[in-house]
Design a binder for this molecule. Structure first.
Ligand SMILES: *[C@@H]1O[C@H](CO)[C@@H](O)[C@H](O)[C@H]1NC(C)=O
Ligand SMILES: *[C@@H]1O[C@H](CO)[C@@H](O)[C@H](O)[C@H]1NC(C)=O
Ligand SMILES: *[C@@H]1O[C@H](CO)[C@@H](O)[C@H](O)[C@H]1NC(C)=O
Ligand SMILES: *[C@@H]1O[C@H](CO)[C@@H](O)[C@H](O)[C@H]1NC(C)=O
Ligand SMILES: *[C@@H]1O[C@H](CO)[C@@H](O)[C@H](O)[C@H]1NC(C)=O
Length: 422
């Protein structure tokens, strides 16, 4: 009898511990509103498009396990905001130009293609028949610009910059997913292979084998390099790898590309392994993950955690799920656990800005408002939702002694408290 009461009490406490709150609909809407207002740069718009697809129209997102790639239905209304991003990009291209050109002028080579998947979806779902814009032509111009007008390394890695040959980890989230999706919608396997190959090449240049496989941020080019292990750059690489994996997985080429899929799973896992070795007790990563002097950064923490849930769903790799859970619970924590009313989130301002965050335009400095960070929160929320819906695979993967210890403390506390109540 007494034992039963103690156990019941322990169960209640445990349930409370593992059911840490997620964002309420109001909180999530505030995050999305700040994202909509602030996303201006090409990569911010591309990242917003991807985040909204994951959250609002998962069947069109290559990060969904059973995604429809390429889509077999017309675009639902939930995709309107995403297709508007594509429309704005395509309709503001300089009309005087024809032939190879980026989707946005005055940008790095690698950033404008981040909007490319939305442009391909707009074409595929027949938007051009409604608004007379040439989405297929714009996508083709962007593709040819990357191949013909941007510098390459001798072995074929496409530069992230136009004016010089320079490789940035950010590129992996912007360009390979576009190449792979382009290959699927045009039934061109060599383009899908090209998406994989760019990741393979970037990994060969950026991975630091003397630092547990963490990726450098920027290499080559005579100035502006950044050999540090920038956390957001590692998270960009991981999510780009998984988007290419998801694209291949759902495509007509899936069976022919088993080895590529295996590599991609391993390469994402390597980044997780390198990064989570440095997760701070705050549940966040430092801005440069292995530099203790750098500030906590919510942006990279959110994006990388989302990639852990995605990898768990794609490939049953559960090793870092408990640590992603730790990060998510930290990011979505409320100051007063008994109230979850929006004003008391520890890592968000009252109007929905994630904090603390790196300044995306000056990556050594802490910023106040990060458009990409807002998108990463949306991606985290969507990935967590999908992972919950799939039955939380790997929730109890015992990779993280800290989590186990917490659980034991809760049980001990429950027994002591429960005993006192008897
Ligand atoms: C938490 O997420 C789940 C799954 O998306 C959802 O059903 C639930 O309503 C969310 N809870 C809150 C408080 O938003
Ligand atoms: C555009 O969409 C059509 C199907 O509507 C498809 O056949 C074509 O390959 C697409 N072009 C590009 C560049 O995606
Ligand atoms: C596939 O795409 C590449 C790159 O655009 C192109 O060179 C090649 O001709 C395409 N192959 C087919 C079969 O269309
Ligand atoms: C760095 O490179 C850019 C071109 O990429 C050039 O405009 C700038 O002058 C260079 N700065 C220095 C200090 O060399
Ligand atoms: C939300 O909770 C805080 C305390 O955590 C409280 O001060 C505030 O009045 C609450 N707001 C609403 C709208 O309930």
């Amino acid at each position: 009898m007494a034992i039963r009461r103690v156990l019941a009490f322990a169960a209640v406490l445990l349930a409370r511990e593992v059911c840490a709150q997620n964002l309420t609909q109001d909180q999530l809407n505030a995050v999305k509103d700040r994202l909509a207002e602030s996303a201006k740069q090409s990569w911010e718009l591309g990242t917003r498009a991807q985040a909204l697809t994951e959250l609002d129209t998962p069947s069109f997102s290559v990060l969904t396990v059973n995604a429809d790639v390429p889509p077999s239905t017309s675009a639902p209304d939930s995709l309107n905001e995403v297709l508007d991003i594509a429309k704005n990009a395509v309709s503001t291209r300089p009309t005087s130009l024809s032939g190879p050109q980026p989707l946005f002028a005055n940008s790095a080579a690698g950033d404008p293609p981040s909007v490319g998947v939305s442009v391909l979806i707009a074409n595929w779902t027949g938007r051009g028949q409604q608004d007379s814009l040439d989405y297929a032509g714009a996508a083709k111009d962007q593709l040819e610009f990357l191949f013909n007008s941007v510098p390459h390394t001798d072995d074929g890695a496409i530069s992230h910059r136009v004016e010089k040959l320079q490789l940035w980890s950010d590129f992996v989230a912007m360009v390979p997913p576009f190449l792979a999706y382009y290959g699927v919608v045009t039934a061109n396997q060599s383009l899908v292979e090209e998406g994989y190959k760019q990741i393979k090449l970037y990994r060969s240049y950026l991975q630091d084998t003397s630092a547990r496989g963490l990726w450098h941020h920027i290499v080559m080019g005579n100035n502006g390099t950044d050999p540090g292990h920038w956390s957001t750059g590692n998270a960009w690489a991981a999510i780009g790898i998984l988007r290419v994996l998801g694209t291949i997985q759902r495509s007509q080429f899936s069976n022919q590309m088993k080895n590529e899929k295996k590599d991609l799973i391993n390469w994402a896992s390597e980044i997780h392994s390198g990064m989570y070795a440095h997760l701070r007790s705050s549940g966040l990563f430092g801005n440069y993950v292995d530099d203790d002097s750098t500030f906590d950064d919510g942006s990279s923490t959110a994006l990388l955690a989302s990639s852990v849930y995605r990898l768990a769903l794609f490939a049953n790799v559960h090793t870092f799920v408990p640590m992603a859970e730790q990060s998510r619970q930290a990011l979505f924590a409320t100051a007063d656990p008994s109230s979850n009313n929006g004003s008391s989130l520890v890592h968000f301002s009252s109007d929905g800005w994630l904090t603390p965050v790196v300044n995306p335009e000056n990556v050594g400095k802490e910023g106040s408002h990060s458009p990409e960070g807002q998108a990463f929160v949306v991606q985290l929320d969507a990935a967590y939702r999908d992972w919950l819906d799939a039955g939380s695979p790997g929730k109890n993967a015992a990779s993280h002694p800290g989590a186990d210890l917490t659980r034991w403390w809760v049980i001990l506390l429950a027994i002591l408290t429960g005993t006192a109540l008897l």
